[in-house]
Design a protein around this ligand. Structure first.
Ligand code: PHE
Length: 348
């Protein structure tokens, strides 16, 4: 066989073998066999030294062409084998077991607030809100807390310097609202009677933090004003609400109390469903749990908002969302609501 034929044969063989390259191993084997210093191509160059002079130009030319061709084909085969390998590594293994995904859930306070809203909107109450930085007038004065009246001490108030910049140190007439009752005033200022709304929101009190009290908590206020609203309607509405929230077997007790903005006033207790009245730590051995304050809107409050106190009457109530949630689930530390420890939150 002449040299030229030998070269052609090598070319065919190498081309066929190039086409079969898939893995980096194939690449290396090909290189060793054909292109390395001891490979078949190098051997042919070696053989060329022995052939007659006049054959050299033709053989040399062909050999060089074949080498250039093979080297460039080899390079592209090498690259595609490499990217194939990378793709292989990044491929998703569908047989690997999945990671468990935790589904978020609503905070227990949100759940209670939503339940309270559901119950009251179902009997025709609208929803209103107001600012958390409240002026003294709405938080106290218009609710019939006269200036310097000791009733203001009922609520440990955070006073704020506000508005901040313009008036130097502020007016001293602003507070972090201590209750949602100020929203009652705002609603009545902006609406003619009848009004029937609940007002959920966050409130603040400067109390020592303990298992029973925190510097902030949430309330839902209620207000109904119309002609001839009676105490019996207040009792009926609250009773309906408590049965919806705690179950139809719940028993209620209205205890006389005092709030500057309601007259008469009451606090509402439900029978302790933890010990069913026998007496336990949660109900402090009384058999009863306090859930809210309420009363008939004081005529003085109507005067402040420009309602005719001879024409209309109304009732108001206010409850703490934390307190109700604590009672509902038998939780013994209010701070748990604010730690946001998922081990706690996951239980609701
Ligand atoms: N604002 C009262 C409190 O925070 C609750 C209340 C609201 C009482 C409405 C009567 C009427 O304690």
């Amino acid at each position: 066989m002449g040299m030229l034929e030998e070269i052609e044969k090598l070319k065919e063989e190498a081309t066929a073998s190039l086409a079969r390259i898939k893995t980096p191993d194939d690449v290396e084997n090909f290189r060793l066999k054909f292109l390395s210093r001891k490979g078949s191509l190098a051997q042919l160059f070696e053989e060329m030294k022995q052939i007659p002079k006049e054959e050299k130009p033709a053989v040399g030319k062909l050999l060089n062409e074949v080498r250039t061709q093979l080297e460039s084909d080899f390079e592209s085969a090498r690259q595609s084998a490499e990217s194939e390998k990378k793709l292989e590594l990044s491929r998703i293994d569908l047989s690997v077991p999945g990671r468990k995904r935790y589904i978020g859930r609503k905070h227990p306070l949100t759940q209670t607030a939503e339940e309270i809203k559901r119950i009251f909107t179902g009997i025709g109450f609208g929803i209103a809100d107001g600012p958390e930085i409240e002026d003294d007038y709405h938080n106290f004065e218009a609710l019939n807390f006269p200036p310097d009246h000791p009733a203001r001490d009922m609520q440990d108030t955070f006073f704020v310097k506000y508005p901040p910049a313009k008036e130097g140190n502020g007016t001293g007439k602003y507070v972090l609202r201590t209750h949602t009752s100020g929203v009652q005033i705002r609603v009545m200022e902006n609406n003619k009677p009848p009004v029937r709304v609940i007002m959920p929101g966050r409130v603040y009190r400067n109390e020592a933090i303990s298992s029973r009290s925190y510097c902030l908590f949430h309330q839902v206020e209620g207000l109904y004003v119309d002609k001839n609203v009676s105490l019996a309607e207040l009792k009926g509405t609250i009773t309906y609400f408590a049965r919806e929230l705690f179950g139809s077997g719940v028993r209620l007790r209205f205890r006389p109390s005092f709030f500057p903005f309601t007259e008469p006033s009451a606090e509402v207790d439900v029978n302790c469903f933890i010990c069913s009245g026998k007496g336990c730590r949660i109900c402090k051995h009384t058999g009863w749990l306090e859930i809210m304050g309420c009363g008939m809107v004081d005529p003085n409050v109507f005067k402040f908002v420009g309602y005719d106190e001879k024409e209309v009457s109304g009732y108001a109530f206010g409850m703490g969302i934390e307190r109700i949630t604590l009672l509902k689930y038998g939780i013994d530390d209010i701070r748990l609501f604010f730690d946001n420890d998922v081990r706690f939150l996951n239980q609701f």
